[in-house]
Each structure stands twice: as C-alpha cells, then as structure tokens.
Design a binder for this molecule. Structure first.
Ligand code: NOJ
Length: 552
C-alpha cells in the first residue's frame, strides 16, 4: 500500500524508516561534508530499500558541539547542508517517491549560541530571561557530557542548567512562552509538509519542581529520576500533540532510561503523548547508553529486553524498533562477528525487522558497516567519547580507555557512508570531514548492489517480506526457548498464518530448535541468510537465520 494513503490512525505501523545523519551520508557539493544535495541524489536508493520514510537527524544551523543536537536556529538549514529551498526539493521528491519525512525535534536544550540564550544570559530583566533554567546556587546534578550540570555566567551572576554539554543549555519548558516557541517550530516544519517528529530526550523536558538534589549520575542507577518524566511532562506533550493533530503527523520520542511502565504512560495514557518510544533496554545487552560501561554482549539480555517490550505493548502500544543509530556503535562489531561479517550482518537484520513495531534502519547498517578503530582519542570527534575518556574513566589506564572507545564510541556510527570502492568511498570527491573506515573496499553499496547475496539485498528481502503479510505487521509475538544462550527464536501469529524467526548468535554450528508446528508440511522456509542449503542436517550454521511460514 502507498504510505501516503494509509489512514491517519495507523499509517506509521506499516512503515519502516531510514535514518540519515546527514554530515556523513553523501556529499553532493564537494566540500567533504554530507548535505541535502547528496541526499537528493540518493532518494531512489533509499526508496529501493523498501522503506517508507526518512528520519533526519538535525539539519539545522548548529555550532556542532554535539553535531546538530545543539541548535542555534530551529527554522533554517545548516549552510553546510544546503538551504530551505534545497530541503523543500528533497521533501517534494521524497513525497513523490512515497517516502514520508520526519524531523528531529530537539527541545530539551538549544545551543548556547541560540539568540534566546544570548539574550537570556544578559540578565534577569530581558524577555528571554526565563527561557532557560537559572539558579543562584547549583544543585548536585551531574551532566551527561561534561562534568557538573551547572555553568556559571558572570554576566548574569547565575548558573544555568545543562544536562548535556555546557554548550547545550536546558530550556525552561515550564515557561509557557517556550512552549509556544516549540509549537511555532513544529508548525513551521509541518506547514512545509513534513510528516512528523523524532523527539530528542523528550522524557527530560519537565524537571522536578524546585530542582532538588538527586542521585549522582551512576550508569547502573535505575534512571535519573531528577531529569526524567517530570511532573508536567504529559501536560506539555498534550499541548504539542494538539499541534500534531491539526496535521496528519506522528511522533516518536527518544526516551533514555525509559522503563516499560513509564513508556506506557506516554503511549497509552489519557493524552496519548507519543505514538512510539525508542527504548534503550536492548542497548544494555553490552553497554549502557553509549559507552559509560561496556561489558561483553549477552544474548539473554537482548532477548529479555526485546520480549519484555513486545509482550507489554501487545494490544496497547506500538514499538519503535532499532538496532543502530547515530548514538551507538555498529551492531556487527557488537552483537555479530567480523569473521562472519556477512552472515551475522544478515542475521542481525532478521532478528529485529520481524518484531512487532515500526523498524528504523540507520545509514550504513544496511550494508553492514562496522566500527572504526582510530589510533588515539585525539582522532575522535564526539563530545561524549571525549568526556568518557577524559572524565568518566580518567583513572583508567590510557590503553584500556582507548580500547573502550574502540568498542563503544558513537563515532563508529558517524564515519562516511561507503558508497563504492573509489577514493573516499564515493562519499565525496575531497577528503571528508571525518575518517572513512578503511574497510570500504570490501564494504560498500556498489559492490553489494551487484551481489545477490549481499547484506544490502538481504535487508531488501526482509523489508519486502515484512510488507507482504499483515501477520508480520499485526501478528502476535511469542518467544521460544528464552533460556537458550545461542538462539533467539520467536514467532508472529495472526489468524491461520504464522512466521517463525530463528536466529543463531553462535560462531559454531548449533542444533536447530523449532516448535513442532513448524516441522510439519504446513511450514516452509521462506528466507535464510545462507544461499545454499547443505547445512548439516538439524544444525544451524554460524549466525544462520531461518524464517519459516506456517499456513493452516
Ligand atoms: C540524544 C541524541 O540522539 C544524541 O545524539 C544527543 O547527543 C543527545 N540526545 C542530546 O541532544
């Protein structure tokens, strides 16, 4: 079905999205930085994957302290990426191709170079004075990116709150004028024709009254109660929801440390504040948030996270499914294997694309891009990696710290997309703003286009299969063998049809286990990540995945 014509209530349920972190996507104007000219040229490619929409990470003017998540103008395009005219061209062409477009809405904080903050800093008696959170005395909160969460401004003689970097002051959402600004930003983009928003750390926008001291930031602590799910969050989101309701728009919220219980308030509460939420639970299968605490991958943890969300939301809410984005290292390097690159890359696609929910695929994930290992911390650009190296883990031995960065830096997701095997991986004609992964000769779009059995073509097959059956959209989820440490097995059932997804996370052959129903004649294999049969009977090959269809 054409994504432009599905009904308002559930068009997002049938969709899958492709996420663009533009700086590293495709350089169309030859300055080494990805841009909207590059995006324009690649829209057919995106469409060819079988996705139905694009989520743009921030495209707005930004000093790039946090690569776009520090916005200095919400109603324009960063000159590095083009301008509003070029954005409109991209939007129109995307719509012609049947692709929806959603924008990143970053409203917990702005850049300290945003005119509101520049004014606000001047003193307590200007119109923007209460746009941010100012205090005479800081409380004990830690920031996520840079030491303490408060910074002193001599000009104003007060401290401002920044949950993220110093250059990302938190907006005061309790101020109705700020909420009006947010609505005006939403309308600006919706009037232009965008179809919705991915809402950055949306569960942080209402803070506890009086900003009392809280637990210091401990990665293992159950969330950060003083930052998240504040007392007015649903009130404020209801106001934003009203704007969305004036348009045929949808909202997916990013919810760090969101538990199922709190997510339910957002998804099913009286205001139905959001359509979907990105949870981080499955990202804890090896590390917390990005890189605070890396630990060996645990399949049972991954399965438990997936299953808990699948079961809890059944019939009540809708899942946002992802394995990669710009904040996490690449999955093959985390949950798969470089040796079994192709097999594990495909298996990792199947393991989540058939879950119940709306899948998001991050640029480069579809060709199996992997982590980069840069020689020193100075080569890394990401503020959070630097903070973890220099502050959070400062007592550790430097080699150990660098190893941790290799495993977990967000920069591994931010290397230029590998389009072909020419110089700079076809990303640009000049040296790109960031390092190209040296494996681009082997891993690139052009090569995988030619290979029927590539990871790229497997993503296409999975998305095609997902779309071909209502069972894979609406069917009930059930997990089998939850205690198995090598296999992830689940099925999706609707009426008399069901699909069984079996994924091996093992480098060694493992015994194939199937519920009885899928052994008889009514079941047939519809997709597998190995081209040829010929496996040892009854065993799965390394990282093999098999998808069976059962029809009564
Ligand atoms: C979540 C975004 O995905 C991440 O990239 C950013 O650093 C933080 N929010 C702060 O905006």
């Amino acid at each position: 079905m054409n994504s432009q014509t599905v009904t308002k209530s559930d068009w997002y349920k049938k969709m899958s999205f492709y996420q663009i972190w533009i700086r590293s996507f495709a350089d169309g104007d030859g300055d080494g930085i990805g841009d909207l000219y590059g995006v324009y040229d690649k829209l057919e490619y995106i469409k060819s994957l079988g996705v139905d929409g694009i989520w743009f990470s921030p495209l707005y003017p930004s000093p790039n302290a946090d690569y776009g998540y520090d916005i200095s103008d919400y109603k324009d395009i960063h000159p590095d990426y083009g301008d509003l005219d070029q954005f409109r061209k991209v939007l129109d062409k995307a719509h012609e191709l049947g692709l929806k477009v959603i924008m990143d809405l970053v409203i917990n904080h702005t850049s300290d170079e945003h005119p509101w903050f520049i004014e606000s800093k001047k003193g307590a008696d200007n119109p923007y004075s209460d746009y941010y959170i100012w205090r005479d005395k800081p409380n004990n909160w830690d920031s996520l990116f840079e030491g303490k969460a408060w910074e002193y401004v001599p000009e104003r003689g007060q401290y401002y709150l920044h949950i993220f970097a110093k250059k990302q002051p938190d907006l005061n959402m309790d101020n109705p004028k700020v909420r009006e600004e947010v609505k005006s930003i939403m309308r600006f983009w919706l009037d232009m024709g965008v179809d919705g928003f991915r809402e950055d750390v949306i569960n942080f926008i209402s803070k506890k009254e009086g900003l009392p001291d809280g637990l210091p930031f401990l990665p293992a602590a159950k969330g950060m109660p003083h930052y998240k799910d504040g007392p007015h969050i649903h009130e404020y989101l209801a106001e934003f929801r009203q704007v969305c309701n004036e348009y045929d728009c949808f909202q997916v919220g990013e919810g760090p440390m969101t538990t199922i219980k709190t997510a339910m308030d957002y998804l099913t509460g009286p205001t139905k504040s959001l359509d979907m939420m990105f949870s981080f639970d499955h990202m804890m299968a090896d590390c917390f948030y990005t890189e605070y605490m890396h630990r060996p991958f645990s399949l049972p943890k991954l399965k438990k996270a997936f299953s808990s969300w699948q079961y809890a939301l059944e019939g009540k809410g809708w899942n946002a499914l992802y394995m990669e984005n710009h904040d996490h290292p690449r999955i093959i390097s985390r949950y798969g294997s470089h040796y079994y690159w192709k097999e594990s890359g495909k298996m990792l696609a199947a393991c989540y694309l058939f879950l119940k929910g709306t899948p998001f695929i991050y640029q480069g994930q579809e060709i199996g891009m992997t982590n980069i290992r840069l020689p020193s911390i100075e080569h890394y650009m990401d503020i959070s990696s630097k903070n973890n190296y220099y502050n959070y883990h400062k007592k550790e031995d430097p080699d150990k710290r660098l190893k941790r960065i290799h495993l977990s830096s967000r920069d591994s997701a931010r290397t230029p997309v590998q389009w072909d095997d020419s110089q700079y991986a076809g990303f640009s004609t000049v040296r790109p703003w960031f390092y190209v992964n040296p494996n681009y000769k082997k891993i690139n779009v052009a090569g995988e286009e030619k290979d029927e059995s590539s990871i790229l073509n497997f993503y296409r097959k999975c998305l095609k299969l997902r779309k071909s059956s209502d069972t894979l959209i609406y069917g009930k989820y059930k997990e089998y063998f939850p205690k198995d440490r090598q296999l992830y097995v689940y099925d999706r059932c609707l009426d008399n049809e069901s699909y069984l997804i079996i994924c091996s996370f093992s480098r060694l052959p493992v015994k194939l286990k199937r519920p009885d129903k899928y052994i008889g004649k009514k079941a047939r294999l519809v997709l597998c990540n190995y081209e040829k049969e010929g496996h040892i009977r009854g065993f799965l090959r390394p990282f093999e995945c098999r998808i069976y269809r059962y029809k009564d």
